[in-house]
Design a protein around this ligand. Structure first.
Ligand code: KIV
Ligand code: ZN
Length: 511
């Protein structure tokens, strides 16, 4: 009988800390439901003390997820732990994850605390968290650069205080696989009560080794891996869930454990996260990249046609590629539409929302012959965005663009429910549309990123546009999808402007 490897997903917390990846409460709930469907064991839903928005998002996830444990992050401070406990009050199964830094540089320069003080904070926080739930996790932040003696001491103390999971973060992605494996082995051997807690790992990808380090740790006895969809996360990101899960699944000959993940949900969930955050997946990304199962060379194609396993170690269908064969079209009715949304895990809360989305589906079906699941995901994201960002809405857009002539865009925006119009020339249709919008809003923002992806194949496919804007040190992403890519670009721009000009309060306090 193999051990279970616990999958702890932190897309909604560490993933959201990527600049520009912030998500609304509704988006977080939608991702959490997808993670639950995928049978993720623990969903870290946020950092409740960070802001009222974070608190409410964790609370909303705690209310809607029943099958997975919902976790909230807290610094090793009473007020943080209390806030996490409150946010998780309605969870079916709740975990509080408390942390404090233990490396010499963090203790001295950031916390300005002596090691004994750090240990005292950690023990107090764990005890306090146990007043809310039996399921308490402790992380010595920057463990990958901490002194082994102190790590052993603090882990022993927090386990004695009631931590059931001890998580070893390589916070700055500095470790090498053999070193990290050795660290886990040493801790398990030297911490006298190590058998009373599950050892977990949380690896960052600064040197591209997050997955390798996590797997090396699993070989040394770690039985929880913290990871994110598409490897989203601070800086270069975290270990990618899909890579960890598929490595363990594909190499069962080498791993003494397995996960409970429903791997058919991997690709749909990856798409959902990239659609919501605007962080597109590179084509050659393992498992979820568009080329991950594409064979271009003649020799490979020939081999695969004769015997798939010549060049494929996993099956694309197993991880959810090409599962979108259920096609809707302009003759599909409301029930088929609703049923397909349900199968995709999309629950529209009210009849009005369903009606509005069905209307948009019909409009899209008029322009596009067949509607794939990816189109539906985009439609719903787009519909939600439009509903939530009420201050500015794109009511109308006309662009005239002709070879050798300057493009001219005319736009009508609803600004706080007042219709305003403007026209502007530009070097191309998108430039003209953005200038026209800007002449109304005078946003003074810097455009950091503009990218267009085709959602499905074919010239009638919807284009999905992501823009990233910066203003006064803040960054916001916007998305838009449409069969007309100039329209999609304008929608994405307006979406980002709504977020950057009227940001939801958020901050990530550090001890
Ligand atoms: O990277 C890190 O150390 C973290 C901790 C809060 C676990 O994200
Ligand atoms: Zn982290």
């Amino acid at each position: 009988m193999k051990d279970k490897l616990i999958v702890f997903d932190t897309t909604l917390r560490d993933g959201e800390q990527s600049p520009g990846a912030s998500m609304t409460r509704e988006e977080k709930v939608r991702i959490a439901k997808a993670l639950e469907r995928m049978r993720v064991d623990v969903i870290e839903a946020g950092f409740p003390v960070a802001s009222q928005g974070d608190f409410e998002a964790v609370q909303a996830v705690a209310r809607s997820v029943r099958e997975s444990t919902v976790c909230g992050l807290a610094r090793a401070l009473g007020a943080d732990v209390d806030r996490a406990g409150e946010a998780l009050a309605e969870a079916e199964s709740a975990r509080i994850h408390t942390f404090i830094a233990t490396s010499p540089i963090h203790m001295k320069m950031k916390l300005r605390m002596e090691p004994d003080q750090v240990l005292e904070h950690a023990v107090k926080a764990v005890k306090r968290a146990r007043e809310y739930t039996d399921d308490v996790e402790f992380s010595p932040e920057d463990a990958g650069r901490s002194e082994i003696e102190f790590l052993c001491r603090i882990l022993e103390a927090v386990i004695a205080a009631g931590a059931r999971t001890v998580n070893i973060p390589d916070t700055v992605g500095y470790n090498l696989p053999d070193q990290f494996a050795q660290l886990i082995r040493t801790l398990r051997e030297r911490v006298s009560n190590s058998d009373k807690a599950v050892f977990s790992v949380h690896c960052h990808n600064d040197l591209g080794m997050a997955v390798a380090n996590s797997l090396a740790a699993v070989m040394s006895g770690a039985r929880q891996v913290e990871c994110t969809i598409n490897g989203l996360g601070e800086r270069a990101g975290n270990a990618a869930l899909e890579e960890v899960v598929m490595a363990v699944r594909t190499r069962q000959d080498s791993f003494p454990c397995d996960t409970n993940i429903d791997i058919s949900q991997i690709v749909p969930t990856s798409r959902l996260v990239s659609g919501i955050t605007g962080f597109s997946v590179q084509p050659n990304k393992a498992i979820v990249g568009a080329n991950a199962f594409a064979h271009a060379s003649g020799i490979h194609q020939d081999g695969v046609l004769k015997e798939r396993q010549t060049y494929e170690i996993m099956s694309a269908e197993d991880v959810g590629w090409h599962a979108n064969q259920m096609i809707l079209g302009k003759h599909s009715g409301r029930n088929a539409f609703r049923a397909r949304l349900r199968e995709l895990g999309i629950e529209l809360e009210t009849e009005e929302e369903l009606n509005a989305t069905f209307q948009r589906f019909k409009e899209l079906a008029d322009k596009k012959h067949v509607i794939y699941d990816e189109d539906l995901q985009a439609l719903v994201t787009d519909a939600n965005l439009a509903a939530e960002n009420e201050r500015f809405k794109l009511s109308w857009l006309k662009v005239v663009s002709e070879t050798g002539e300057t493009a001219i865009a005319s736009v009508t925006l609803s600004v706080d429910s007042i219709e305003r119009q403007a026209s502007a020339p530009g070097s191309g249709p998108v430039d003209a549309a953005y200038k026209a919008i800007d002449s109304i809003l005078q946003s003074n923002t810097e455009l950091l990123l503009y990218s267009v992806n085709s959602i499905t194949s074919g010239t009638d496919a919807q284009g999905e546009v992501t823009v990233r804007l910066k203003k006064n040190g803040r960054i916001a992403n916007g998305q838009g999808a449409d069969t007309d890519i100039v329209m999609a670009s304008a929608k994405a721009y307006v979406n980002a402007l709504n977020k950057i000009l009227y940001p939801v309060e958020r901050a990530y306090p550090q001890v």
